[in-house]
Design a binder for this molecule. Structure first.
Ligand SMILES: [Zn+2]
Length: 511
């Protein structure tokens, strides 16, 4: 568990925690000519690093104002803040709520979550939409966008986008929801597109720019080791800053997934699930549980009233990995309603498709909306299957379930953040029953996130070569922007001391 190891953290030095990986060397970096020279700092760069940066953000905040009502004179559309349009390129990312953005000829969508496709609907006609194949399937299915606008792109293959002045894009798996990707753009600045009053002086120059748009992502070593990214200087990183605050500490996703699968397997098999917690509750609970369990391979005819139903709360898209792992561990199928099943079938995942069933009795794992994972809602749900399931185990995966103890460090050194994160483990024994759990309805909160933890954002930032980090989440308030800017500045300073390193990782899938 990675909750707090303040006592052990302070001794770790920078060099021991951000050890240099042999995979990234200075030679692999972009040629010197392509890197920004101090002397040719663009007006844009200057403004982004001075008081004008705040003005650009203020302009953006005004554009995003909740109470803003566009007038007819303004073209009846909300203006796009600067961070929605790539500097000097006719490309907008996750910017559908702004309608037809001046100068933009290519609209990119990172993934099919509603806050990223706001306003995208069947009446879309502002220009071509580029996204992954799974995201294309989802927007066609859910939003009925005219297929003539939707252009799925292959993953990992650099692809030139028409009408953009030769910009090449590579899609990289984001480790967020199905279909989600990072966009790595490479090209020259050819146009002043967008609504921002701040203009780049590099438009028309021969300099190559690289932008990495992270959409929503859970950062892993795979991202920084991807051939499109590895060893390249990235001018701008558009960062998913959902959890850019050291209080957001949660365990690596693969460990949480296997913990859920193992806990479900043990409960259904009637095995002990772990040591008692400090007040001994777990053992008491388990003593009761271990009686009269049915094993998954036991035919339901033999013990019809003893089967345990496993329920997992999900959103419309996301958390599928946890669902698959639990179903596979229990050697059972997944049941959900037809609407959810249709969404799952948009994903090109034959393994997932083969696990789906429309029979709630055949499926030992049921998917319900996250809001259904409360004792008073699950009870009547399980009662619908009386005679088949006698009780239920429910998982409630939510982004962040940990509250730091008061007095814990607000601003730990980068080295401590990294060493603590690397020491973080998680097993089935760390999953604790939620309040209001009972013998018949046992609920577990799961610290499962499809966004990067603060530790992972730090590792990511320390492991690639970037000029500017542009926050894309929690940018509405000056206070929140200032807090995030402080961390970006600290990453930058730390990187200057530790050039060209990839933070040492435990597995390719997590730091
Ligand atoms: Zn998302």
């Amino acid at each position: 568990m990675c909750i707090d190891q303040t006592a052990s953290s302070s001794s770790a030095g920078v060099n021991s925690t951000t050890s240099v990986s042999s995979t990234v060397t200075r030679e692999q970096h972009a040629s010197k000519e392509e890197q920004p020279e101090q002397s040719e700092e663009s007006l844009y760069s200057v403004l982004m690093t001075s008081h004008k940066e705040n003005e650009a953000w203020k302009e953006a905040a005004a554009m995003e104002d909740r109470n803003f009502r566009p007038t007819r004179a303004e073209g009846s559309r909300r203006k796009a803040p600067f961070y929605k349009v790539l500097q000097g390129m006719p490309i907008a990312v996750d910017a559908f709520r702004y309608g037809t953005i001046p100068g933009v000829t290519a609209y990119f969508l990172t993934h099919a979550h509603s806050d990223h496709y706001t306003n995208l609907a069947s009446n879309w006609k502002s220009g071509p939409i580029y996204c992954s194949e799974d995201t294309a399937n989802l927007v066609l299915h859910m939003l009925a966008v005219d297929p003539k606008w939707v252009h799925p792109l292959p993953m990992d293959v650099p692809t030139t986008i028409p009408d953009t002045g030769g910009v090449v894009v590579t899609l990289i798996e984001a480790n967020h929801c199905p279909g989600s990707c990072l966009f790595f753009f490479e090209g020259q600045q050819t146009v002043h597109a967008g609504d921002s009053s701040f203009k780049s002086t590099f438009v028309g120059s021969s300099k190559t720019f690289r932008y990495l748009h992270c959409g929503d992502f859970r950062a892993s070593p795979r991202h920084v080791l991807h051939p499109a990214v590895k060893g390249k200087y990235i001018d701008h990183v558009y960062l998913d800053t959902t959890y850019l605050d050291p209080k957001y500490t949660f365990p690596p996703q693969p460990l949480v997934i296997s913990a859920c699968a193992e806990l479900a397997r043990r409960i259904v098999a009637g095995e002990a699930i772990g040591p008692a917690d400090c007040n001994g509750k777990r053992m008491l609970t388990m003593d009761a549980w271990v009686t009269a369990q049915s094993r998954p391979e036991v035919k339901k005819e033999e013990q019809p009233s003893q089967r345990i139903l496993v329920v997992i709360g999900t959103y419309s898209i996301g958390k599928e990995r946890i669902v698959k792992a639990v179903a596979q561990a229990l050697k059972t199928k997944i049941y959900c309603d037809a609407r959810k099943a249709a969404i799952l079938r948009c994903q090109t995942d034959p393994e997932l498709h083969s696990l789906l069933t429309s029979d709630p009795i055949e499926g030992g794992v049921h998917l319900l909306p996250l809001g259904m994972i409360t004792s008073d809602k699950i009870k009547p749900y399980v009662e619908r299957f009386k005679g088949t399931y006698s009780r239920a185990v429910a998982f409630r995966p939510t982004g962040w379930t940990y509250t730091p103890p008061s007095g814990s460090e607000q601003s730990p050194p980068i080295a401590s953040i990294i060493s603590r994160g690397q020491a973080c483990s998680f097993s089935h024994a760390d999953l604790k029953p939620m309040q209001k759990s009972s013998y018949t309805i046992q609920m577990f909160g799961v610290p499962y996130s499809e966004h990067s933890s603060f530790f992972e954002l730090t590792c990511f930032a320390m492991s690639c070569d970037w000029g500017k980090m542009i926050a894309t989440v929690n940018v509405g308030s000056e206070n929140s922007r200032a807090k995030m800017a402080k961390w970006v500045a600290r990453w930058e300073a730390e990187k200057k001391r530790n050039k060209d390193s990839v933070v040492k990782y435990r597995e390719i899938d997590y730091w």
